[in-house]
Design a protein around this ligand. Sequence first.
Ligand SMILES: Cc1cc2nc3c(=O)[nH]c(=O)nc-3n(C[C@H](O)[C@H](O)[C@H](O)COP(=O)(O)OP(=O)(O)OC[C@H]3O[C@@H](n4cnc5c(N)ncnc54)[C@H](O)[C@@H]3O)c2cc1C
Length: 299
Amino acid sequence: LALGHGLRGELRYREPLSLHTTWRVGGPADLFYLPADNQDLLRFLQQLPPQEPLIWLGLGSNVLVRDSGIRGTVICTAHMLAGLNHLGACRWHIDAGASCAKVARFSAREDCSGAEFLAGIPGTLGGALAMNAGAFGGETWALVERVTTVDRYGETRQRLPHDYRISYRHVDAPAGEWFLSAIMRLHKGGSDAGALRIRALLDQRKKSQPIGLPSCGSVFRNPPPGADGQARYAAQLIDAAGLKGMSIGDAQVSEKHANFIINQGKASAAEIEALINHVQAHVAQMFDVQLQPEVKILG
Ligand SMILES: Cc1cc2nc3c(=O)[nH]c(=O)nc-3n(C[C@H](O)[C@H](O)[C@H](O)COP(=O)(O)OP(=O)(O)OC[C@H]3O[C@@H](n4cnc5c(N)ncnc54)[C@H](O)[C@@H]3O)c2cc1C
């Protein structure tokens, strides 16, 4: 690729994606770009050959990158495209690479509430928009007023929530567009209670999840309610199937939270994927429920 005219970001070749995913696995990306800012990103996209495969990554907390890596270009928004501006009246302009934790913290500081649930989600706003990330009853898209997207030619667009089909941990977006930023509308006031809520939610997480060990959070989405109308939880089904603690190589179903798979040290993406398939097959056989992965498998 002949790239570089006037670019100010960092272009890396054969970058190991294990350095950029919370599972700490994943082979290399042919090209890995860390844009200096939004303008630089648009220029990079304008220079990218149209046939070049393109993948976006935030903090890599919801992806399983295969060991063979990614043939094509990965754009990483985390850390660089991380601006966050209070527009007044608890409306916020937030760049895609801002971490969810930062959104929760900064908004609470300006006495805005509603984003507390983002505090424990270890991803970026871009990833949260792509996944409709949520926790403890809150969901990302419930806070979105509008978003700015960019296509692979560097053209930007303004879009409204009704341009998307949004559901539980799933967003149907126009093909070939990615999120650059969003305007989020929070509630005025309530941040004292919000700060307490953040602390309580983080404590609750620490008690119920293997925080600190490499994982990607919940591997499977919760299935829809059963014929009796009762809510069903992926973690409960996996636990009931007796799979807690089961391991393939260094990949293990967490003893603490059955919907987490942890990398105990030297797991490969292939081991993690084999364990995902095993859990899926076993739960299907025992309960006739087809669990769907929430994590995106790339490569
Ligand atoms: C310990 C732990 C706890 C977790 N708890 C929760 C939880 O409570 N609730 C929850 O919902 N999730 C949870 N997750 C999963 C994860 O943090 C979220 O899905 C998060 O929103 C992913 O953000 P990311 O920046 O890491 O995205 P990545 O993993 O980098 O990417 C995820 C997907 O989004 C796409 N993407 C990334 N950036 C953009 C962009 N700018 N435009 C378009 N597409 C983009 C990627 O291509 C990929 O398909 C948890 C993960 C961990 C490790």
